[in-house]
Design a protein around this ligand. Structure first.
Ligand SMILES: [Zn+2]
Length: 485
């Protein structure tokens, strides 16, 4: 197996320290809903874990939760709730998203607020060794004392200095120094420390937690490419300075960012699509196939067309898998071994999931041909299921319970009353047992209301439909409706 290591910028033979692969991936700061960028990253590391297990490794997977942070404090203040309440709410929401995406849980989710003693121990150790210093109730890391600082992001100190300065209120010795312990302002949540009441910095959290749960050297450390600098660079500096053991991490793996058109999907650009929004419109397997359809180190471009194509692909696979295979079996059987080997070869080459998915579709086509010509494909079907499972595909058909026509009638009455139109036309469809006909009629009523500039009633109709699990979408081609999943 070969993996691309950000540290060496090369593909390297994967040789973990022991039978159990120690894997750490930076987790969330729970102050808002998780979005497709999170989905991509956690799907990829989920597949990496699944594949390692498929190849016979045991994996110990740790992912932290940054449950105290400036963003959490700001948001909690705005909402008038405690930081703890806020963090708990969005941590629960995150786990629900991960379960819905069929992302296996990590073995341990340490939370920053529960690991304060270990964090203080590491900071104190760094101070004792001269790698850190307290100042005005805070503590900072002394970057200049680490000669190989910058080795992960391949930057030198001068280039890092550009644009860095000491902000007012910071008691840093040097612009590149970063905070390990942040003195609290009055009214902020605070923990006692040898330097005064405060809270941990973000970078030290990951060093302390990985050290506590996985030891001095990790086999795999993962995260998005946006974390390489400064977060992961700082993790290396802290961990290697504290333990004196190099390397802190054998293989650094970083996934590319999700883009919307030409732009990065980010909170500051306001173009985020939350996981829940995506799950309302697309199935788990379609989102996973989308996330795995380009190489994990490349950027992933979101578009409705691509997700709809993924949805179509899922349906093709599902048809092949759920087909009754009792017809075949007259001595001749489909040999799926070449596809199996191709899949393993692709995944062994730095987790080339795009190639692995292409192989699954090739195999599905081959099974179709076998079924048509009466060749036994039962074993091949099993292999298709097994390999799909390695990519975390669920192969569950989106179950759609039948819609009750009666529940739409009050909305239609409301729409007719507000618009004063369409009554006669409704006579034609009122007895239809097909809910689609009624929904289509509601959608036309809403269009009529909008044309009359009665947006309030139009919005009310949309909200009433949403309560029944129907989502209306305005597209250039007109209004279309979908069922919420
Ligand atoms: Zn981290």
């Amino acid at each position: 197996m070969k993996v691309f290591n950000t540290l060496s910028r090369q593909k390297e033979e994967f040789l973990p320290q022991g039978d159990e692969v120690k894997m750490y991936v930076c987790g969330i700061t729970p102050y808002d809903e998780a979005h497709l960028g999170h989905a991509m990253s956690y799907i990829i590391f989920d597949v990496i874990r699944r594949y390692l297990q498929f190849r016979g490794y045991k994996v110990k997977y740790v992912q932290n939760i940054t449950d105290i942070d400036d963003k959490i404090i700001d948001r909690a203040n705005k909402l008038g709730i405690s930081t703890r309440e806020l963090a708990e709410k969005f941590t629960d929401s995150y786990f629900a998203d991960m379960d819905a995406l069929n992302i296996g849980r990590a073995d341990i989710y340490p939370r920053a607020t529960k690991e304060i003693p270990k964090i203080i121990e590491v900071i104190q150790g760094l101070i004792d060794k001269g790698y850190a210093y307290p100042a005005q109730g805070s503590a900072y890391f002394r970057v200049r004392n680490v000669p190989d600082y910058g080795k992960l992001s391949h930057r030198n100190l001068e280039s890092m200095m550009a644009g860095m300065r000491i902000e007012a209120g910071e008691e840093k010795e040097h612009p590149t120094d970063f905070v390990l312990w942040k003195a609290s302002k009055p009214g902020e949540p605070a923990w006692e420390s040898p330097w005064g009441p405060g809270r941990p910095g973000w970078h030290i959290e990951c060093s302390a937690m990985s050290l506590k749960y996985l030891g001095n050297t990790l086999d795999i450390h993962g995260g998005g490419q946006d974390l390489v600098f400064p977060h992961h660079e700082n993790e290396i500096a802290q961990s290697e300075s504290f333990t004196g053991v190099k390397p802190f991490v054998k293989y650094w793996l970083h996934n590319g960012m999700v883009q919307l058109g030409e732009e990065k999907m980010s909170k500051s650009l306001g173009n985020l699509i939350t996981i829940k929004e995506a799950l309302d419109r697309y199935g788990t397997d379609a989102i996973r196939i989308f996330a795995l359809s380009s190489h994990y180190r490349s950027p992933l471009t979101y578009s409705e067309e691509i997700l709809e194509a993924a949805e179509g692909g899922v349906e093709r696979l599902l048809r092949v898998i759920s087909r009754d295979d009792s017809t075949g079996g007259k001595g001749k059987a489909l040999d799926a071994k070449p596809y199996y080997n191709e899949f393993v070869e692709a995944m062994d080459d730095d987790f080339n999931t795009a190639q692995a998915i292409a192989t699954l579709f090739d195999l599905a086509r081959e099974i179709n041909r076998a079924d048509e010509s009466g060749i036994d494909a039962s074993k091949a079907r099993e292999i298709l299921k097994e390999l799909g499972g390695v990519l975390g595909l669920t192969f569950k058909a989106a179950e759609e319970p039948a819609l009750d026509v009666e529940q739409f009638k009050p909305i239609i009455k409301f729409g007719i009353a507000k618009s004063g139109k369409k009554k006669l036309e409704y006579e034609k469809v009122i007895d239809s047992p097909d809910a689609k006909v009624h929904i289509q009629f509601i959608s036309e009523l809403r269009d009529a209301l909008r044309r009359d500039k009665n947006f309030q009633s139009a919005d009310e109709i949309r909200a009433k439909l949403a309560e029944l699990g129907i989502v209306l979408e305005d597209t250039p081609k007109g209004t279309v409706w979908k069922r919420k999943r």
